[in-house]
Design a binder for this molecule. Sequence first.
Ligand SMILES: [Zn+2]
Length: 334
Amino acid sequence: MTTGRHESAPRALGIDLGGSKIEALLLDAENREHWRERVPTPGAGYDAILDAIVALVRRAEDASALPFTLGLGTPGSLTPEGLLKNSNTTCLNGRALQRDLQERLQTPLVIANDANCLALSEATDGAGAGAEVVFAAILGTGVGAGIAVHGRVLRGVNGLAGEWGHNPLPWAVVGEDPAPSCYCGQAGCIETLLSGPALARDHEAHTGRRLGAEAIAAAAGAGDVASQATLERHASRLARALAGVINLLDPDVIVLGGGLSRIAQLYERVPALWSRWVFSGGHRDPVRTRLLPARHGDASGVRGAAWIGRRYGAARALDARLEGPESGAVTPAG
Ligand SMILES: [Zn+2]
């Protein structure tokens, strides 16, 4: 069986290309999971990553008796020349990822921003279903976000809407200087302070112990005071970063995805803290924005990628600024 350009293909393969793993999910016509596989992202460079994606698509073909469309979500976006920019997997930047994969696979492929895929999935039937404005943030190897308004993803004229991970963390407190430098060329970016590696680095700097984010959360839950303090510092940083989002966008719902979204303590602590920085003019007006984990968990981004691939699986115009269920136009990234 081959993948193919089938505008009416009932099946949709989504691929989520992240900094630490590549996940593939094949959905049937009713959006039920037909096949799924996850592999580590190769560290050996661009060609190794292409090889891994091609191998996943071939295994999906083996698992499917029917053709499918193909959508890939990844950090960053495509330039007008079709080159990927702003990926934290920096070997992808400046590369013609879409063209190179299409050549190898001999099938059309749609590329979208991974956080936009999360926003679409969660705004459609997830934690943000029915909300007017959804801000969906991925807190993982890197930090990115997407914005959905009335169920449609806002892409932006530069493909940048939601790229809050490379704004500076606001309202710095003692101990946060000097600001860590970022691969993007700036220093003090939200990503450098709120990613999974940032949480682990902060814990190590304060305790001398090297633990992953989930181990720190587990230790905090078991009563380890140092781990609780690490999570409290992290909650403060996330609360300040999201207060900036609330002041700018005022979303109904903020959805968290990525590995750090599994830290249950954040959903209580962050909303307890953020009103200190949300603009209220001194009034005690409660912040009505809700902070929620992605309802579809780890699968949410790859699900959104599959939908975007299905919706825009044919080679139509590439200039839409909105991507959503009914927009009828293609956007390659954002
Ligand atoms: Zn940066």
